[in-house]
Design a protein around this ligand. Structure first.
Ligand code: FES
Length: 94
């Protein structure tokens, strides 16, 4: 089996750089996203959603930041209370 990215595969990239992770904000986001992404992926292989960590997404002042690919949806000022809605809208495939 191949783990190469498919055109429909989602990648959720969360910045864990020094600005986005002030007060461990990015860590809290990642902890919640791991639960949400695991629930979507289940036992599927290859996994339809991949969670990735970035060191900086070059938009520090708007952080915490994340980007969802392949669409390139940029989410700024994210906190863990927003994640269920973001995932439902931009990650879960219709
Ligand atoms: S530290 Fe997160 S965008 Fe730069």
């Amino acid at each position: 089996m191949s783990d190469s990215p498919s055109p429909k595969r989602k990648r959720v990239v969360v910045c864990r750089g020094q600005y986005c992770n002030m007060g461990r904000r990015a860590d809290k986001i990642l902890k919640r996203l791991e639960v949400l992404v695991d629930a979507i992926n289940g036992d599927q292989y290859p996994k339809p959603v991949k969670l990735e960590i970035a060191n900086c997404l070059s938009m520090c002042g708007a952080g915490p930041n994340m980007v969802i690919y392949p669409e390139g949806v940029i989410c700024n000022g994210v906190d863990e209370t927003m994640l269920d809605g973001i995932v439902a809208e931009h990650v879960v495939s219709p």
